[in-house]
Design a protein around this ligand. Sequence first.
Ligand code: ATP
Ligand code: MG
Length: 221
Amino acid sequence: MIQATSSTSVSIESPSNALAGAGAPAVATSTAAAGPKKQTFNFDQVHPPPASQYQLFESTARPLVSRFLEGFNCTVLAYGQTSSGKTYTMTGVDLDSDPSDPNTGMGIVPRAVSSIFLTARKTKEERGTSWGYNLKASFIEIYNEDLIDLLSLDDPAGTRREVQIREDKEGHIIWGGLREVNVKNTYEVMRSVSMISPAAFEILIQSQQSSEERNIPPANQ
Ligand SMILES: Nc1ncnc2c1ncn2[C@@H]1O[C@H](COP(=O)(O)OP(=O)(O)OP(=O)(O)O)[C@@H](O)[C@H]1O
Ligand SMILES: [Mg+2]
């Protein structure tokens, strides 16, 4: 039984000693008394079941979106056993609704993508011709240990590209054969979202400004 005990901790009660195995994280503290075993784990943030998709996005992914638009690499990873809510959290429901609406069930990816497009458009309006941007996305699904390029399903030939993971000389991870496609709005990105298998979605922003305007700070919210 898992329970949120504060905004930074959860407790796990187990009838056996199963949690005391080698896989238990080092931060756990436990009560040694006989009977049900209770352990507490501490995290930066803990969100209880009533937390909305909007609240979760605002407190976890929103700051990363801002950092991304400043030029930093950012990753949001959902990890957990089957049916724990990874797809619900990352993709969510109501994918055709307004991503800025706090009351819809949209998950982190559509809200983050929409927020990136909105900010890039606003920045373009403010800076005019001195600033330009280009957004590219790639989307890969892991299915039965095969890597499937979800965006390659748009190929006119209808063939799925074979994607391979390898490392270059410097140890950078390379997704060989993965398509990066230009995207113009949230809808274009979200129509490829898979609801079933583990998937990795990546979005890249390239921006440039004219040489006379170099003193303008980078895009930010
Ligand atoms: N916070 C939540 N509120 C309401 N329903 C939820 C919540 N999280 C998950 N669910 C529901 O629980 C079920 C399982 O969730 P989900 O499919 O997201 O799990 P998963 O971790 O992606 O599982 P798998 O590893 O099998 O892909 C779904 O029916 C989902 O709608
Ligand atoms: Mg899932």
